[in-house]
Structure formats: structure tokens, C-alpha cells
Design a binder for this molecule. Structure first.
Ligand SMILES: [Zn+2]
Length: 144
């Protein structure tokens, strides 16, 4: 049986609630304390956007290689790279992370390696960016 629940956000949403009568009542009561699905999704999107903006700000001072790939790959890789590098900047006490990661511009590389630990990511980045040469000013440059 479907129950129409008025959520904490004020919106009504139909829910199928299985179980015994007391379980249904308990679940229905709990659902009234939560937000509806649409509000939940909207909140998550807003949180993701805010976190993304914080990551972008944390890595804004780094010289990052331009990302290369399809539009969708570049968009996804940009958020992965900002998140990972922001974490490395934080781990470095606000200093610059190893420049090898900033030198990797292959969007697919970032997507394929998104689940690696920071240490493994760095090892892969050093291997993936053999043309990287540290410049005297500390900026990442690619050998001509
Ligand atoms: Zn709602």
C-alpha cells in the first residue's frame, strides 16, 4: 500500500512502505522528519557545487596543464583533479603538492585513476608525465 507522506520540507510524496503495521507507522513517522526526494537531490547538488567551488579555490594558485579529452571527460576530470589536488594542498599544509599531478592534462587519465590513493596517484603521475621538467620558478613545464 502506498502512503502519502508530508515531508519536513512541506512537500508530499508517495511512498511504498512494506512491513507490519507498527513498522509502517514507524517508517511513516520517520519519513515526515526527512526531506522529499526532490529537495534531497537539490540539497546534494548544492553541496557538491559548494564543495567543487572550495576545491577550485584551493587549487587556483597552481599551474595546471590544460585538460584534453571530450567535453564530458574534461568536465568530469576537472572536478576529480580539483578535488584530489585540493586534498594534496591541504596535506602539504597549504603548500604546493608534487607538480607531477598538475602536469597531467589527459582527462581520461584522471578519470581512470580517480580511485587511487594519493601516493599511488603521484607514482602514476610521475610515470605519465615523463616530459615534465621542474623549472627554477617551481612551475610545471613540458619539455619542447
Ligand atoms: Zn521537498
Amino acid at each position: 500500500m502506498t502512503h502519502c507522506i508530508t515531508h519536513a520540507c512541506g512537500h508530499e510524496q508517495a511512498h511504498y512502505i512494506p512491513g507490519s503495521t507498527s513498522e509502517k507507522a514507524r517508517k511513516a513517522r520517520w519519513l515526515t522528519t526527512t526531506k522529499c526526494r526532490a529537495c534531497f537531490v537539490a540539497d546534494r547538488k548544492a553541496e557538491d557545487a559548494a564543495a567543487g567551488a572550495l576545491d577550485d579555490a584551493a587549487v587556483a594558485h597552481l599551474r595546471l596543464a590544460p585538460l584534453v579529452g571530450s567535453e564530458r571527460q574534461v568536465g568530469w576530470a576537472a572536478s576529480i583533479r580539483a578535488k584530489r589536488l585540493a586534498r594534496m594542498v591541504q596535506a602539504a599544509g597549504g603548500g604546493d603538492p608534487d607538480p607531477a599531478c598538475a602536469a597531467v592534462g589527459d582527462a581520461r587519465w584522471w578519470i581512470d585513476h580517480r580511485d587511487l590513493s594519493d601516493a599511488d596517484l603521484l607514482t602514476k603521475a610521475r610515470a605519465a608525465a615523463p616530459a615534465y621538467v621542474p623549472a627554477s620558478d617551481g612551475a610545471a613545464r613540458h619539455a619542447a
